[in-house]
Each structure stands twice: as structure tokens, then as C-alpha cells.
Design a binder for this molecule. Structure first.
Ligand code: CP
Length: 340
């Protein structure tokens, strides 16, 4: 495939791009990271603008995309939807429609990033639906900067980091484990890491208490991707058993499928039953092999993972955070038709 084949393409779910297309993005990331570290200018998106709509908070995603556009010679425009007249309801009198908003935005920018999840949505699937509406009516590529279902920029970063640290990811065991935290978190990064691990042939174990089953559609897709890649997918309800021999561990809290029905208080009550689901130093030392910490951050230190596990030599999380910059530069160049 040519590097120009992805020009104009949206990236909303991990499966919107094929493995071959991610392979191209990974090769381009290597190139861009090399230029960055050798101090070579690489203004592949000179004079282009990326509009970023954040319906929910962010540290890494906002900063890495803004810095990415600066380093590529373009501009990132931060838009708080509260400062617009936009309404997601699409009924007369509610506010400006998604269609009119994105049609107008498309006249000013070359790509649009959207983050829409957690308290900014009314039900599971709502964020994805709205993002797809932006993509349907927009005339420039839409990049998902985290929705209720997917987080493809994080997912590419995760597989890039695994590959950078371990080499070929195929055949390595990764455990994505539910972990206790009073933060009630959406599952987008769990889905994303699971999907990309399956796509790259890893032996994936999803460990969680019985109430925390993941979206069956995402699980089906993981199994289909693993069949194709030679990987495997297992589900376990025992954290210790799941961690046996894990090379990579992603401990993270996620909410149940009933979060929008029964509310956050009930989620917290349920999570309190499982406070022993933590990635501890003891578990890392006694069960894993060696159990590198993959954590997209923000991490709930002392809950999701022991503070020592966050800080010891097996932790990849700051390198992983940095790689958001390099992988997103590749995504932006590919989707926005950069001059390579
Ligand atoms: N991992 C991630 O998306 O971080 P932020 O929420 O800080 O953007």
C-alpha cells in the first residue's frame, strides 16, 4: 500500500484501519521519532489545521496532539464545545446541529479530533454515534481522541510501545486486568488495547470480576482478529491465575455495562467488593514474567497499581505517554495527506 492511501480516512474504531495500515503508521512513527531525536525539522503538515473538540478532560491527548501539529509545521485549534452553540440533540430549538457545525468547520480545517465519553454522554454508544455523525457530514477526516467505545490513538501507541520494548509482539502474553479504583472509568482504552493486541497476534487474557464483562461485540471482534493473526483471547475471573507468566500487564478500572442505567454510586458500591484487585509488587514479582506495566494513564497510584510498580524499572508508562506524540504525528500525516 502507498502512504497516501490513508489520506482523508477517518479513524474512529481500531478496526477502521487494517493491520497493514497500522504497520505503515508504525514505520512512519519510527521515521518521525528518528527525525525528532536528531533535531531535523519535518513540516509535513505545514499550513494545515487540526481542530480538537474536547467534550471531556485530558492531559496527554490534548498536549500530544497540539505539540504534534506544531512539530509538523501546522496548527492545532483547541475547541471547548461549551464555547460553541452546538447541540447533540438535533431537534429544533436545541442549538446548532452537528451537520451545520461540522460542515462549517470543514471549511476552516484539514482534520477534526473529538473526545466524547464519560459524563459528557447519556448512554453507552452515544459518543461513538455522535462521532460517526461528525464523520458522515464532515468533509475532512475525523480522528477519535477517545470515545465511550474506542481509543485508537492510544491503541496504536500501546502496540508501538510493546514492539519498541519487546520486538515482534506476536506470541507475548498480555494481561488486561480490571483493577479497583473509586474512579468510575469508561472501557475505551481497555477495548482498544485488547483489539490491537489481538490484531498483532498477542496471547491476550482479560481478567475481571464476573460483573465486569466487556461489550460482547468488542469481544467477538477480538476473537476474530486473534483467529486471523494467530493470537489468542481468554477471559479469567481470577486475577492471580490470569497473571501467571504475563510479560505485559495493563491494570485499569472500568465500569459495568449498567453504568448509565444505575449511576455512579452503584458502580462505586460494586467496585468496593473487589478492593483486592490491584497490580501489587508481590503479584508482579511472584506471578509475572516479568509483568511490564503498560498503563495509558492517568493511573490511580496505590489502587490500580502499587506506587512501586508505577515507578520501578518494569514500568513503561512514561515512555508510553511520550509515544502518543510520535504515533499521533504519523496518524495526522497519513489521514491529513501530509507532504512526505
Ligand atoms: N491516556 C489518555 O488518553 O490520557 P488523557 O486522558 O490525559 O488524554
Amino acid at each position: 500500500m502507498s502512504l497516501y492511501d490513508l489520506a482523508g480516512r477517518d479513524l474512529i474504531a481500531e478496526t477502521d484501519w487494517t493491520k497493514e495500515e497500522y504497520d505503515s503508521a508504525i514505520r512512519l512513527t519510527d521515521h518521525l521519532k528518528g527525525l525528532y531525536y536528531s533535531g531535523e525539522p519535518h513540516p509535513y503538515l505545514a499550513y494545515k489545521t487540526f481542530a480538537m473538540m474536547f467534550f471531556a478532560g485530558s492531559t496527554r491527548t490534548r498536549m500530544s496532539f497540539e505539540t504534534a501539529m506544531t512539530q509538523l509545521g501546522g496548527h492545532a485549534q483547541f475547541i471547548s464545545p461549551k464555547t460553541l452553540r452546538l447541540s447533540l440533540e438535533d431537534t429544533p430549538g436545541a442549538g446548532e446541529t452537528v451537520k451545520d457545525t461540522v460542515k462549517a468547520m470543514s471549511r476552516f480545517c484539514d482534520g477534526i479530533g473529538i473526545r466524547l465519553l464519560d459524563d459528557a454522554i447519556d448512554y453507552y454508544g452515544h459518543g461513538d454515534l455522535v462521532m460517526r455523525k461528525f464523520a458522515e457530514f464532515g468533509d475532512v477526516p475525523v480522528i477519535n481522541m477517545a470515545s465511550d467505545i474506542n481509543h485508537p490513538c492510544q491503541s496504536l501507541t500501546d502496540i508501538y510501545t510493546i514492539r519498541e520494548k519487546l520486538g515482534e509482539p506476536k506470541g507475548s502474553k498480555i494481561v488486561i486486568s480490571w483493577a479497583y479504583s473509586p474512579w468510575v472509568r469508561g472501557p475505551c482504552s481497555i477495548h482498544g488495547t485488547a483489539l490491537i493486541s489481538a490484531m498483532y497476534g498477542m496471547d491476550l487474557v482479560l481478567a475481571h470480576p464476573p460483573e465486569y464483562d466487556l461489550d460482547p461485540a468488542v469481544m467477538d471482534t477480538c476473537r476474530r482478529l486473534a483467529d486471523r493473526s494467530g493470537g489468542s483471547v481468554e477471559v479469567a475471573n481470577d486475577m492471580d491465575q490470569a497473571l501467571e507468566g504475563a510479560q505485559v500487564v495493563f491494570p485499569r478500572n472500568w465500569c459495568t455495562s449498567r453504568r448509565y442505567e444505575h449511576g455512579k454510586e452503584k458502580e462505586l458500591e460494586l467496585a468496593e467488593k473487589y478492593t483486592d484487585w490491584r497490580y501489587t509488587k508481590k503479584r508482579q514479582q511472584e506471578l509475572c514474567s516479568p509483568g511490564h506495566l503498560l498503563q495509558c494513564m492517568p493511573v490511580d497510584r496505590g489502587h490500580e497499581a502499587d506506587i512501586e510498580v508505577c515507578d520501578n524499572e518494569l514500568s513503561w508508562m512514561y515512555d508510553q505517554a511520550e509515544n502518543r506524540l510520535h504515533t499521533q504525528k504519523a496518524i495526522l500525516v497519513l489521514a491529513m495527506g501530509g507532504r512526505l
